[in-house]
Design a protein around this ligand. Structure first.
Ligand code: DX5
Ligand code: ZN
Length: 217
């Protein structure tokens, strides 16, 4: 097992004070940041793009994990890397050739992740497995924070975990909170994305410590 890492998603932050929000969750024990990029086309919501990634990069040295909920990820990948993203995760549903997409993103000099919606079979990521650093299991239909965790996706986590190399990571995103995080850990998840269960709490350090305590037992 790798050390479990908690990635606060700034989707639930107050964007009018983003720097202070980032400082709060990182000093409070968050391991790195998850950045949810939404285009209003691949998902029915619009969040932010390269300008916010760039501002975030200027504010912190932490690892920036960009989750691209966008159509045509290759069209915008370079802009995301230039803005400072360390990892780009694309959706299998958004591309024609999943393995070629991973190779094209890697050429930009960043890490590469692949993800899939809850209704998408796990076999769809297999052609790209050798070419990615990370597989992200979506445990909600992407588009919004604050949705209910879908436990049925844990079977996909277990299936893909068995196929990952030691240098690859398994991440989960959506509805992760104190009640659901342990089941994710048991399914083999290494990285835990959390938006509302951290940002909606008055004391973020306390919220993160609580999540860690629930992983311990
Ligand atoms: C969902 C996003 C998630 C979201 C998670 O579309 O990809 O990263 O911010 O929010 P919570 O943790 O509140 O489910
Ligand atoms: Zn996300």
């Amino acid at each position: 097992h790798h050390t479990p890492l908690i990635a606060p998603s700034i989707l639930s932050a107050d964007f009018a004070k983003l720097g202070a929000e980032i400082d709060d969750v990182l000093s409070g024990g968050g391991d790195f940041l998850h950045l949810d990029v939404m285009d209003g086309h691949f998902v029915p919501n619009i969040s932010f793009g390269p300008p916010i990634i760039k501002s975030t990069r200027r504010h912190t040295k932490t690892f920036l994990d960009a989750h691209l909920m966008i159509s045509e990820p290759l069209r915008y990948a370079k802009a995301m890397v230039d803005a400072g993203a360390d990892l780009l995760t694309y959706h299998v549903e958004a591309v024609n050739d999943v393995a070629a997409t991973a190779r094209e993103i890697r050429k930009l000099g960043c890490r590469v992740g692949i993800t899939l919606n809850p209704a998408t079979p796990i076999e769809t990521v297999f052609p790209a497995l050798d070419a990615v650093d990370l597989v992200l299991i979506m445990s909600v239909v992407p588009g919004f924070s604050g949705q209910k965790f879908m436990p049925e996706v844990l079977a996909k986590a277990e299936t893909v975990k068995r196929r990952l190399r030691a240098d690859q990571r398994l991440e989960i995103d959506g509805g992760v909170n104190a009640d659901t995080i342990r089941s994710c850990l048991n399914a083999g998840v290494d990285w835990f994305v959390v938006a509302s269960a951290i940002f909606d709490k008055p004391d973020r350090a306390d919220a993160i410590a609580h999540l860690r305590s629930r992983m311990a037992g």
